[in-house]
Design a protein around this ligand. Sequence first.
Ligand code: NAP
Ligand code: MG
Length: 403
Amino acid sequence: MKKIEMRVPVVEMDGDEMTRVIWRLIKSRLIEPFVDLKTDYYDLGLKNRDATDDKITVQSALAVKKYGVAVKCATITPNAQRVEEYGLKKAWPSPNGTIRRILDGTVFRAPITVKGITPYVGGWTSPIVIARHAYGDIYNAAELPASSGEKAYLVITDKTGAEIKRKLIHDFSDGDGVVQGMHNLDASITSFAECCLAYALENRLSVMFGAKDTVSKTYDGRFKEIFNSVYEKKYKTAFGAAGISFLYTLIDDAVARVMRGNGGLLWVCKNYDGDVMSDMVATAYGSLGLMSSVLVSPDGKYEFEAAHGTVTRHYYKHLNGEETSTNPIATIWAWTGALKKRGELDGNNELVNFAVGLENAALRTMESGFLTSDLIPLFKNGDIEPVKLNTEEFLNKIAKNLV
Ligand code: NAP
Ligand code: MG
């Protein structure tokens, strides 16, 4: 059989632990037998990040700027325990953080829905995609403890350092406490709005954005203002033609609407809301192993990944020679997402069709009851008895359904 040709490589970012094991199996069993795979390879495994003083992460992000499409394996973000475990020079920063900073992107997370795997929230029959702003707010905040008798102010200076604005935050004469100062940038909020509205249009999804501008009149008020203005100026007509809508509402109303709705929308979240709500949505749809994730930059670069981590607990079992039943679906979706996007950009229909076919083979495998252990308790499809497979058996079963 002749393999499908690729004209332009995808940027391949290898990773750590169980997902690194799965990565090799996906390539060798599900992709390389069918596609003449071209990748620009970067090993973001922790050992190599340490050996290259983390330069490899920066190089891989620059390669995404060059080629436009990347697929990333989950990676360890080292803490003190990892520094010791791997004998690292230092606790290198999160690769995702580094890549996001270079690409200035928005993270979209969408559950992979499977017939027979029912969400915990009964009404959610279509996927809810979460768009999380990945800049600012509490993630780049300054915090201080304050003692009884002190006063905390918000102060803004001009270029020379001369004070031009001052506002009392709190007079701590009533006791000890804490203070926090955070910021965001119009440019970042604007590109976030652009990214979300473009994604919604491309995927024909209505958009809901919730914040708290009644309480936070200046800060959340700015988010509301910028989103409304980008929508009115650039997207309103196209949204109308596509039959989709944009709604700004208060975050508590947004949550209520999401819970009683049937899914099928793009839920735009500020940084913290997205952090929290994406884990809630992922869990409600069934398993972390069924949550896909893509970083989209304002200039149209894409990095596909799984939303979960390196599944350390399973990896240690694997190293011990014990059997694992780790769900590879989100990592497969990272590969199919990247191959589909590469195919679309290059006008390579064969590659697009192959990626769609691989997703369908994986869906058929699960729908017919062949599953990894995380999905067994969630499965209900007529009288099909679910069968638990180990990591490798599950991938082999998908390969069989592929041909
Ligand atoms: P994790 O790797 O997502 O795993 C947490 C637990 O969720 C697992 O122990 C497992 O539960 C379940 N799980 C996650 N993915 C699964 C899958 N594909 N199949 C079956 N079960 C799955 O999170 P973590 O253990 O907190 O973090 C491990 C490492 O990953 C850390 O070093 C962290 O820095 C890194 N991390 C990387 C990324 C990324 O690169 N995007 C994201 C998050 C974390 P059971 O053990 O109950 O089976
Ligand atoms: Mg989180």
